[in-house]
Ligand binder design. Structure first.
Ligand code: XIL
Length: 311
């Protein structure tokens, strides 16, 4: 195969897309690669609560709509991201008295899910709900509703979009550990109630520190009846990029592809960006980078070919 999407088919291969890059006339390469190489997309920020619903009753869908239109035009699956998350949340929500948070969450979900209804292959309904020790993150939703917020949110999404697959998405659940154990226990309960379809393994990995049991861990989720998706893959490390890091990274990208391929209900892989130039890593993890498949100059890195060959 000569593209990621052809290599991955019948699985999808997606990328996170930022609207600023997608529509930047002075960088046509970004949009060109997005449509040539990928069969799925996730808006990198454009559907987040703080972006689409900055104030109570105020909705700004234009940037998300641009990405949705791009995916339709180019026959790409759309992973909608996300509805309930402690981060990039509007200040009006955190300022609410706790007894008003449930109503605000229900309203937000109704308005956003209705707007995109029919367009989303999947919704990341709840994002990053666990601490690394497997306890629930003590965010405003948990404080207001306790464990019930999962069910309340998922039911509301189903009510306004009967087609989207409903996911919970998190990081550090790619291998067996306290956090993935807790996610599995929650997922079983929600699956039995018919409210959950899949689990997203973000997969923001560190070079040479990938869990060795990704496939086995995926299996225990799919055994329940759930789909699994790799939703935000990147493999970062302390710069500089060298021939050694390039080749280690290539092997490790291939191992993630192999894990997904070996698990029947692993439906696809999404990388968290196209080029290292725009990756979220350097701004978030000081000194780190080079985590994606294309370098700062849009040169394909060894990991690109390794991914194609691994399928
Ligand atoms: C990141 C984006 O890539 C950045 O542009 C933004 O500044 C912060 O969020 N987990 C998630 C994603 O679920 O939404 C995050 O995306 C990365 C971590």
């Amino acid at each position: 195969a000569s593209t990621l999407k052809d290599a991955a088919s019948p699985l999808y291969f997606g990328a996170a897309l930022g609207v600023g890059h997608l529509t930047n006339a002075s960088d046509p390469t970004f949009a060109k690669l997005a449509k040539q190489q990928f069969s799925a997309a996730t808006p990198e920020n454009e559907m987040k609560w703080g972006v689409v619903n900055p104030e109570a009753g105020v909705y700004e869908f234009a940037d998300a709509d641009t990405i949705v239109a791009f995916t339709k035009k180019n026959n790409m699956k759309l992973r909608c991201h996300n509805l309930v998350w402690h981060s990039q949340l509007s200040p009006y929500v955190t300022a609410l008295p706790l007894n008003k948070v449930k109503a605000a969450m229900l309203q937000h979900i109704k308005d956003v899910v209705e707007h995109f209804a029919g367009d989303c292959y999947a919704w990341d309904v709840i994002n990053e709900p666990f601490n690394d020790d497997g306890t629930y993150r003590d965010d405003v939703f948990y404080q207001a509703m306790g464990e019930d917020y999962f069910e309340i949110a998922l039911k509301q999404v189903r009510a306004y979009d009967s087609h989207a697959k409903l996911y919970i998405n998190d990081y550090n659940i790619e291998g067996g550990n306290a956090k993935s154990d807790a996610m599995l226990a929650l997922a079983k309960k929600l699956y039995k109630k018919g409210l959950l379809d899949g689990i997203g393994f973000e997969s923001h990995f560190i070079l040479n520190e990938l869990p060795g049991d990704i496939a086995e861990n995926m299996e225990r989720f799919t055994k329940v009846g759930l789909d699994i998706a790799v939703t935000e893959l990147d493999i970062r490390y302390n710069l500089p990029e060298t021939a050694t890091t390039d080749s280690q990274q290539a092997t490790q990208y291939a191992s993630v592809v192999n894990a997904c391929q070996s698990v029947k209900r692993c439906v696809g892989i999404t990388v968290w960006g196209i080029t290292d130039l725009y990756s979220w890593i350097p701004q978030t993890f000081t000194g780190q980078g080079a985590a994606l498949l294309w370098d700062d100059d849009y040169k394909k890195k060894p990991a690109y070919k390794a991914v194609i060959n691994a399928f």
